[in-house]
Design a protein. Structure first.
Lengths: 330, 330
């Protein structure tokens, strides 16, 4: 799937072009991997803008960037990976990738199924783990509010905060997602931003205010959270999905002076900075999963030709948990 | 000077009422202090709003809150302070105050003149000292940008950053203030926001970007600074003078996602939190002043009846350095 033009606002079907190509022959030290699953994440929208960011934009004409998991089907003397190895990496929105192995890691599918390795044990899980622990600096007894709470990152953030003894409130769209948070994931409260007033919801569920707000959405929800910070609160800026498809200027948080009043901190994070510690995060989260403390849910769609309608679900919210596309040619 | 009503937008002359009253007789343990000077600060505007903040609002009918310095002229067995002692504290916009001594501290006018004790050695100086060192966490070689740079806080922030080996750029209004920054205070650069494009000014003077931005003003200048942050930058939110008299919602920083891209931190501060360490700050700044490394400038106006036109200068910028009103009855 080739990025064919830079979208303004919400991408449309012709933002990408499906292109078939011959699999190139392997040079010495290269391998060919067949992608089984690719990861669909809100961050992809940002990679399509031609602006300075934490990672270069995807060039027009290049394969759309995406996290992936697949199996090595041929290796031309690659020093680390051989046929049959299952690797996760940046395979892109395509069915095969030829690589020298940069940023590919081998995983063990006996321990967890493939989609989990690009979800809870992949970027979204690492983002949640390091974001809430190292940037949010949660402590037992904290009131933690998380937006996008039923999503790939938010659902893990909230569960980790519960494991660490926090009171956890999630914000999500629709009664089903809210029930999922409280009934299945053990959140202490959930606010349905599509059907409830966000201000009164936060007031009701966080009567003493918020110690840590983990923001995936930006916009009015960020402002509402800022209005209820406690002293020395931490606001983790992980994403701003409500703003990614804006055609006008991003809405800045009008209530940012709450940071002053409450001596609070707002800090941005990018998961790539924690790459050296992914192993630690995966080990800990794998353990929690085996103990039944951390639940993970992937919503898997099929067919690379369905990339665009599946991608759209990131922004409409019509998905349950981590969004994954099965692309393997069968 | 009594707060007679809550202003909407910029206060007007009838926001306050001048009122004469008999000096009450002193109870056991009280003293009477004659105010010589009062401190005029942007924060006063915030204290007039009936909203939750870091300090309760001034009540309608109460004396307007202000920092002050004066001389004890009568003491009815106060355990610490006696006639002739010079004290600084929250004496308010009035000529005399009766107190039991809470938040009054004795100072030595042989070491520095009275206005300096409510300027560089008072709240503005402490705000600068703890703000740039403890919140800004400057290190040698950092590029430091400060707004309101010719003001009571900003001028000290910039000089401390110079002492600590940083490259310092100030933003101020008008060529006189900019010349003052570079010629007299040793700033490496100055941007005149009234006559220059702020974006190109920052680009020119901070070609490698900003490590620490100390914000006194908010609004468009905050947004321009956010757009040029370096990795792991720190933004100190000290004030937002451009927004204090807004009658519409505060302008939030549209570029706040720069915090994410640059893994940067935006943190609010209130000087009152550092009260236990004021002694340390005053000692260090006093030493720098004696060594000629830290210059201080107060702009002193006279007469309590001139409170309102002097207060206005905070927002018009028609002042040079720390704004002080001499109120002593002579």
């Amino acid at each position: 799937m080739i990025l064919s033009k830079r979208p303004v606002g919400m991408p449309s079907e012709d933002t990408w072009t499906m292109q078939e190509a011959e699999i190139p022959s392997l040079k010495e030290g290269e391998f060919l991997i067949q992608n089984h699953y690719i990861s669909l994440d809100p961050a992809m929208r940002g990679w399509m803008n031609d602006t300075k960011s934490y990672i270069p934009p995807v060039a027009i004409g290049d394969v759309m960037r995406a996290g992936s998991i697949g199996t090595v089907i041929k290796s031309n003397n690659h020093p680390k990976f051989k046929e049959g190895d299952v690797l996760t990496g940046w395979g892109g929105v395509q069915q095969y990738d030829v690589s020298q192995g940069e940023n590919y890691y081998q995983v063990d599918t006996k321990l967890a199924p493939m989609p989990t390795y690009i979800g809870t044990l992949g970027m979204p899980g690492m983002t949640a783990y390091f974001g809430i622990l190292e940037v949010g600096k949660i402590k037992e007894g904290d009131t933690v509010l998380v937006s996008g709470a039923a999503g790939a990152v938010g659902s893990i953030v909230g569960q980790i905060a519960k494991i660490k003894g926090c009171r956890v409130v999630g914000i999500a769209g629709g009664p089903d997602k809210c029930t999922y948070l409280t009934e299945e994931l053990g959140f202490d409260g959930a606010i349905d931003y599509k059907n409830e007033n966000i201000h009164s919801g936060i007031k009701q569920h966080c009567p003493k205010g918020i110690d840590v707000y983990f923001d995936n959405v930006g916009g009015d929800i960020l402002d509402a959270a800022l209005a209820r910070l406690r002293m020395h609160a931490r606001v983790v800026i992980c994403g701003a999905i409500s703003q990614y498809n804006n055609t006008t200027a991003i809405k800045g948080p009008s209530n940012y002076l709450s940071l002053l009043v409450n001596r609070a901190t707002m800090q941005g994070m990018v998961v790539l900075d924690y790459a050296k510690k992914y192993g630690e995060g995966a080990m800990q989260m794998g353990q929690w999963m085996m103990q039944g403390k951390l639940k993970t849910r992937e919503d898997v769609y099929e067919g690379i030709e369905n990339f665009y309608p599946t991608f759209q679900r990131l922004f409409t919210g019509e998905k349950k948990g981590k969004l994954v596309l099965k692309v393997i040619e069968e």
